[in-house]
Design a binder for this molecule. Structure first.
Ligand code: GLY
Length: 346
């Protein structure tokens, strides 16, 4: 997989048309919840071969759904030159990307993420896949999108919970890659509703659009740089999993009640406690992150004990590896003995 990681920053959705000029076979796969976005993109592109809506949830993120997508592509005569355009959150881009990786041994795809979480993380870097028996992303492939198109204009109707989930992934990226941006994100109004102002007609508007756009693009760019250096996660890319070993276990234990981003937020706090316990980080790191996360509206207390988490973690793909922090902006990849895990996260 030698393709570059391409992030395009667009002012408006219609800007994507310039990037796709000359494409002869575009198949849009979109989350049903953003059918209006898919319709707007299809109108801007013209001549799209098919627009296929997906119901999305972690329960529906399965091999059956991915195969269903390939069946729709076959039915619509998609050739090996076709391009799948995924429009939606991380579940949609993961399924559509995985379907594209399988169909005719792999066709191209591109992403227009419509959630903050997908914009800063899931839709960048080519990890595609589905869940297996409730365990996250157990089946999948590395399949790099042609590009990920970012426009904050699509976030304006995003529910608050979704924004918080994205914020957790954004803070994660800054915690591993940019201490200044972390401080800016914590003190920005990203924590509040994205629609935090009113325009001259009294309609909601993004008062802090400039800083929000910069933070989104900043986090996406940090991730893109890491993936460029290590696309197949032989080493450095694993730092993007900060908070995820705990996070995936929390998600699994909650049976879907706690969303991915929320679980990652709690997982980062547990990782910070473990970092302190093992003497990697100075005392006080976990308390400091907890305060920051609470300030931006993230829940920090994990409702599960270490026994439950440890059982779920055994099935995770990380094989006992943890991403810990020496400090803000200083991730470290390490294995942790089960005794230490219990001792410092009880
Ligand atoms: N979400 C972590 C990665 O893409 O590597």
């Amino acid at each position: 997989m030698s393709k570059d990681v391409v992030i395009i920053r667009g002012e408006a959705l219609a800007d994507v048309a310039a990037k796709l000029a000359g494409e002869k076979e575009i198949f849009i796969i979109h989350d049903e919840n953003v059918a209006h976005v898919a319709a707007a993109v299809a109108a801007a592109l013209g001549g799209v071969k098919a627009v296929i809506g997906l119901k999305t949830s972690e329960d529906l993120k399965t091999m059956d759904t991915a195969v269903w997508v390939t069946e729709r592509l076959l039915e619509a005569d998609a050739s090996r030159g076709a391009l799948v355009l995924a429009i939606g959150g991380g579940i949609t881009t993961d399924i559509a990307g995985f379907a594209a990786s399988m169909y005719k041994r792999g066709i191209r795809y591109a992403n227009i993420p419509t959630t903050l979480l997908a914009q800063v993380d899931a839709a960048i870097g080519g990890k595609t896949g589905v869940n297996l028996h409730g365990y996250k992303n157990m089946l999948g492939a590395f399949h790099m999108p042609e590009f990920t198109f970012l426009t904050a204009s699509v976030l304006e109707t995003l529910p608050e919970k979704e924004l918080r989930c994205g914020l957790a992934e954004m803070l994660k990226t800054f915690l591993i890659g940019d201490a200044d941006a972390y401080a800016r994100a914590v003190s920005s109004r990203f924590s509040a509703k994205i629609l935090d102002g009113q325009d001259k007609n009294g309609l909601p508007s993004r008062k802090n659009a400039k800083i929000q756009d910069e933070l989104i693009f900043g986090a996406a760019s940090i991730k893109a740089d890491i993936v460029r250096r290590d696309p197949l996660e032989h080493g450095e890319r694993a730092v993007l999993n900060l908070g995820h070993t705990f996070g995936h276990a929390i998600e699994h234990c909650s049976k879907g009640e706690i969303a991915h981003g929320e679980a990652v937020g709690m997982g980062i706090i547990l990782a910070a406690r473990l970092s302190e316990g093992l003497g990697l980080a100075q005392k006080g790191l976990a308390a400091c992150l907890e305060k920051d996360f609470q300030r931006v509206g993230l829940e920090t207390a994990c409702p599960y004990g270490i026994d439950e988490l440890a059982a779920a973690m055994k099935k995770d793909k990380k094989d006992g590896r943890f991403i810990l922090l020496k400090g803000i902006g200083q991730p470290v990849i390490t294995t942790v003995k089960e005794d230490d895990l219990r001792k410092y996260t009880e």
